[in-house]
Design a protein around this ligand. Sequence first.
Ligand code: ACO
Length: 378
Amino acid sequence: MTDSSPGDKPAVKADQASRPYSPGLEGVIAGETSLGYVDGERGRLTYRGYRIGDLVAHGSYPAVANLLWTGDWEPNHRLPTAPIPPAVLAVLRALPATTKPMDALRTAVSAWGTTLDLPWPPTVDQARALTSFSPSALAAFARLRAGQEPIEPDPSLDLVEGFLYQLTGSRPDAGTARALDAYFIVGAEHGFNASTFTARVITSTRSDIVSAITGAIGTMKGPLHGGAPSEVVDQLSQVGSADHAEAWVREALAKGERLMGFGHRVYRAYDPRAAALRTVAEGMAHKPDWLQLAIEVEDVVLRVLAEKHPDRPLKTNVEFYAAPVLMGVGLAPDLFPATFSLARHAGWTAHALEQAANNRLIRPDVNYVGPPERDLPS
Ligand code: ACO
């Protein structure tokens, strides 16, 4: 120990003043990844170098998840949903009827972790097991709150088809399953967003993969992260019909409202995920009524936003076309954020694997801005 005297009491560390602080860590490089690349200026998104549009056109969610976990492209890779351990089902049954789907999913994942021994470092098998468990848990919760019994997984169905089957009790038609699968692919990974960063921070402490994903779900629960598609539905229902779109949009902007599904912190060009989802939704055999309205409203919104913000490119983001796809497959809007979380399981778990493979405890510094060292009042 060293003695100190009043003369040794700096308010902040000497080097702190010279180091820049970026609120929200905006612009700070906080890691390295080979999983996904978001090029906001050009409106490009790749997973391990492969374009998102090509992955949607030629892949499936299980193949994309496997690509993120292993780096290998196996287009026929399968991943059925997994059964729910009895202890986890008991937890789901015990939840109050008012439980929100994100809380139910977070609780189910955490409870699932108590039934297993999941040592650090995380493995691809752990990632696969967790990603295939969670859709069963969310489907079971949705049925229990509606007074229905959960449905066992059908191992002949792939993950997204199996999720819809366990949710509704009937096998979805191919177009419906394909549309939701596309949504899962575009939602699988998106760089160092808040929930992915959370998963990496937790993994960096050598905590287990379940803790990492439980924390990530808690992060995605925040409306700044996972809430927009149901708000798109609210806005489209307020618009009602394409004839009213222009008047509604101008009035909303005059009131200072944000138009949901437009603008993005990173993309300055059309979000490639929105383009991919629009193509898939247009290809659905039973096109959702919401789709035609969305297409007509989009034209109006883009024109009015360009007029109001000539220097700030505000384009369509993924949430805008996620809304008609999710409505079109018959999901209740309050399930949208939890369904987004199911899709992001592939990315979260892949980031946990990547973090663990080259681990360094994530522990940034903070500028101390409180009072200087002082004596307690006597
Ligand atoms: N509707 C109307 N005006 C908008 C919109 C919008 N959707 N987005 C930005 N603007 C305007 C702002 O009012 C601001 O105008 P001002 O300069 O006159 O004040 C200007 O554009 C810049 O806005 P910022 O908030 O600085 O833009 P930023 O890029 O940081 O915001 C955000 C990104 C939060 C997504 C914003 O565009 C928004 O609120 N969009 C609506 C919500 C939404 O769709 N969220 C989903 C995003 S995708 C995802 O998270 C997966």
